[in-house]
Design a protein around this ligand. Structure first.
Ligand SMILES: [Cu+2]
Length: 146
């Protein structure tokens, strides 16, 4: 449970100075069918430039970074990314229909109204854990955020 405790601590400190990467508006879609992967989204900003190396969560056996590519026949498919570059000063947004975090081997269904911790490991900033709220299955993003 060390991830969970870490997340609770960091969540109360929105302007943590050691976090060189700003993680904003994290959210995930509720899952209805057990055994299906979940999807998570967020925005990342690094003033100095950084690289997202890996993501993990106690609710998933593995968290993969996926991009969406449109194929020759117009059918889009998901492409696995090994890492995600964060250009200096730019905000990189993961959103439905675009890049996303794929939560594989969920240990529990993602229920709307609950939260789960997610730990992101960056090349420079190190580990940052955020609490991810689970929104409805038709949600397109958290309300009231940029
Ligand atoms: Cu995916």
């Amino acid at each position: 449970m060390k991830h969970f405790l870490g997340a609770a601590f960091i969540a109360t400190l929105p302007t943590l100075s050691i976090a060189e990467v700003k993680v904003s508006a994290p959210w995930a879609r509720a899952t209805i069918i057990a055994g299906r992967p979940g999807a998570g989204y967020l925005s990342l900003t690094s003033e100095t430039g950084d690289r997202l190396l890996s993501v993990s969560s106690p609710v998933a056996g593995e968290v993969m970074l996926h991009a969406v590519e449109s194929g020759e026949n117009g059918v889009s498919r998901m492409v696995h990314l090994d890492a995600l570059d964060l250009p200096e000063g730019e905000t990189v947004t993961l959103a439905p229909g675009d890049m996303h975090l794929m939560l594989m081997q969920l240990t529990q269904k993602l229920e709307e109204g609950t939260n789960f911790p997610l730990t992101l490991t960056f090349e420079t900033a190190g580990e940052i854990t955020v609490e991810v709220p689970v929104l409805g299955i038709a949600a397109t993003g958290p309300e009231g955020t940029e």
